[in-house]
Design a protein around this ligand. Structure first.
Ligand code: SAH
Ligand code: DHB
Ligand code: MG
Length: 230
């Protein structure tokens, strides 16, 4: 009992430390402005699930966009536009973000949030099933950065399209590639099967150099990041 209490206290302290670290990183490197906060408020008011990326992930998208000199960005899965605003803000003047969203109600919120965040001049949402829209993007390629964050079963197909629509030096990122460790176990459902297969391909494709990073959900989920090699 005494041991259990000590262990519990230790674990709680560790968790507080992790949260403090996260808050410290966010306030020093990734504070949200009015536009981002509005996107969250509008999404919540409309009853959208709060499954957007974290501020740290948003800032990492911006760092990666700068690293590949991104002028043309593709996102798959817009939700309420929160990640889209981070991405749009990484673009130089004349740059462009296309985000694909299957749900027209989500898309309406996205348009509104882009407008309020001052991103509508460079960010556009296209409504439809991503696998139907992706083949029409070939004329608008190459994309310098592709962010995959829609439904999970077709993750491997999204990676295939990302490879087709990018150039050497482009960066491909997929969210939710750890899932509390389930991404490294035999998959129990279609969603996990998609994630496991995307990780396998990202790790083994000779065209890519990649890594999965634990950064979200108390370091139990995060991005898979791949650079298309020269
Ligand atoms: N990237 C967003 C979160 C996306 S949540 C953010 O961080 O702010 C996933 C989104 O993908 C949802 O809005 C969902 O409607 C959309 N989606 C699900 N299946 C899709 C599909 N087949 N094609 C396009 N979008 C899809
Ligand atoms: C879910 C989807 C996401 O993209 C995410 O970041 C978290 C949760 C979901 O479908 O549950
Ligand atoms: Mg996600």
């Amino acid at each position: 009992m005494a041991n259990n209490d000590a262990e519990l206290t230790y674990l709680q302290q560790q968790q507080r430390t992790r949260h403090q670290i996260e808050e410290g990183i966010i306030s020093a490197f990734a504070p949200e402005d009015e536009g981002l906060r509005n996107a969250l408020t509008s999404a919540r008011a409309a009853g959208l699930p709060a499954i957007q990326i974290s501020p740290i992930q948003g800032k990492l998208l911006q760092v990666l966009a700068a690293a590949c000199n991104a002028r043309n960005i593709l996102e798959i899965g817009a939700l309420g536009g929160y990640s889209g605003i981070w991405l749009a803000r990484a673009l130089p003047t004349g740059g462009r973000l296309i985000t694909l969203e299957i749900n027209p109600e989500h898309a309406a919120i996205v348009r509104n949030s882009f407008e309020k965040a001052g991103a509508s001049d460079r960010a556009e949402v296209r409504v439809g099933k991503a696998l139907d829209l992706l083949p029409h993007l070939e004329s608008e390629a190459p994309f310098d950065l592709v962010f995959i964050d829609a439904d999970k079963p077709p993750y491997p197909q999204y990676l295939e399209w990302a490879l087709r629509l990018t150039r050497p030096g482009s960066i491909i990122i997929a969210d939710n590639c750890i899932r509390g460790g389930k991404a490294f176990l035999p998959p129990q459902d279609e969603a996990m099967a998609g994630i496991v297969e995307l990780n396998r391909r990202m790790a083994s494709d000779p065209r890519l150099v990649s890594l999965v990073l634990a950064m979200d959900e108390d370091y139990t989920d995060g991005f898979a990041i791949a650079v298309v090699k020269h």
